[in-house]
Design a protein around this ligand. Structure first.
Ligand SMILES: *Cc1c(COP(=O)(O)O)cnc(C)c1O
Length: 372
């Protein structure tokens, strides 16, 4: 039997792909170190977990596991539409908002097109661009955030799609209403703008724009949000896009018939009504961010100010040894060298005691490093 060279058979865009690197799973580190108590602050998960209502909804959904889910997510779309003040026809449900990012690229972008995104932006943007074999146009950042003026300047006749994350992951930087509007005014209608608002609910700044409010004026806009972060439902994979109905209708043609499973739909519905859990999560995050900022600064380190549920710490030198030192002490954070930030580590806001353990471990690692 001759070996098949699948690499040669794969599409050119796929050949060059490097898979997305998730945060290190807790179980893996526990196994490696023989440690029982691990703190994972690596994937921007909600440290409170899912709310009680969502947990109960998942438990109740177990009785119907043999049934296919509602392929149109009717009940969830109705509730979401009501909550967001849009029509259900404007919604696309996704297997995580990640799927929406991929769907929009698969629906509109061909190899001859260009896709614009910022340096240090979410890793999925280059991934979906490359998978299609389209040209990725990475625009240098300004103060670690999106340089929207430069991004608008980068639009050519071949540009089909622009990804904007607000706030951005991993940097935590954000764009105010005025700058976002000025940017959108400059983008021709034939160019789609995906406004990724995965951390929307966490942001409390007055000048932070609600992308959905910009839809009536900018019909080339697709806003994406998720149940993975504030609602603590990352395991269920549930996100959505909001756009004009004609765009949503196209995405709905491309998606798989049952892309969102039934427990996810039930949990999403329950989570939407659980405003107390959202408020608790936002409040906990605000306190945790302040705790981390103060602790990191007290250690003489600088950071990128963040409005998300995570924070990038600047070590002013290669951060990988610090990451390894933290791992040895049972604390998992996220290296961001693959985001062009080798001197930084991203830490997710955890419970107060988890943030404390991170800061304590960090102090120990820095102490050993300076002796070595
Ligand atoms: C976490 C995240 C997402 C998507 O997460 P899903 O779990 O797929 O909904 C999208 N964009 C950014 C910037 C993120 O950080």
């Amino acid at each position: 039997m001759t070996d098949i060279d699948f690499e040669q058979l794969a599409l050119p865009g796929v050949r060059g792909l490097v898979p997305y690197q998730p945060g290190k799973p807790e179980e893996e580190l526990a196994r490696e170190l023989g440690l029982s108590s691990i703190v994972k602050l690596a994937s921007n998960e909600n440290p409170l977990g899912a709310g009680e209502a969502a947990r109960e909804a998942v438990a109740a959904a177990v009785g119907s596991l043999h049934r296919y889910p509602d392929g149109n997510g009717h009940a969830l779309k109705e509730a979401l539409a009501e909550k967001l003040g849009v029509a259900p026809q404007q919604l696309t449900l996704g297997n995580g908002s990640n799927e929406i990012l991929e769907l929009v690229a698969r629906t509109f972008v061909a190899p001859e097109h260009e896709v614009i995104f910022s340096a240090h932006a979410f890793a999925v943007y280059p991934l979906v661009t490359q998978a299609i074999g389209a040209r990725a146009v990475e625009v240098p950042a300004r103060d670690w955030g999106h340089d929207l003026e430069a991004m608008a300047d980068a639009v050519t006749g071949r540009t089909r799609l622009i990804f904007v994350a607000n706030p951005n992951n991993p940097t935590g930087t954000w764009i105010d209403r005025e700058r976002l509007s000025a940017f959108l005014e400059r983008i021709p209608p034939r160019v789609l703008v995906v406004l990724d608002e995965a951390y929307f609910e966490y942001v409390t700044e007055d000048a932070y724009p609600d992308g959905i409010a910009l839809l009536p004026r900018h019909r080339n806009l697709l806003v994406t949000r998720t149940f993975s972060k504030i609602h603590g439902l990352a395991a269920l994979r549930l996100g959505y896009g909001v756009s004009v109905p004609s765009l949503a209708e196209l995405l709905n043609r491309v998606r798989q018939p049952f892309n969102v499973n039934a427990p996810a739909q039930a949990a999403g519905l329950a989570a939407l009504e659980d405003e107390a859990h959202v408020e608790r999560s936002v409040a906990l995050n605000r306190e945790g961010l302040a705790q981390l900022e103060a602790g990191v600064k007290a250690l003489g380190l600088s950071l990128i100010p963040s409005v998300g549920n995570f924070l990038c710490v600047d070590f002013g030198r290669e951060a990988m040894p610090i990451y390894q030192g933290l791992l040895q002490r049972g604390v998992i954070v996220r290296p961001v060298a693959n985001y062009g930030m080798p001197n930084f580590l991203r830490v997710t806001v955890g419970l107060p005691e988890e943030n404390g353990r991170f800061l304590e471990a960090l102090a120990q690692v820095l102490a050993t490093e300076s002796v070595a």
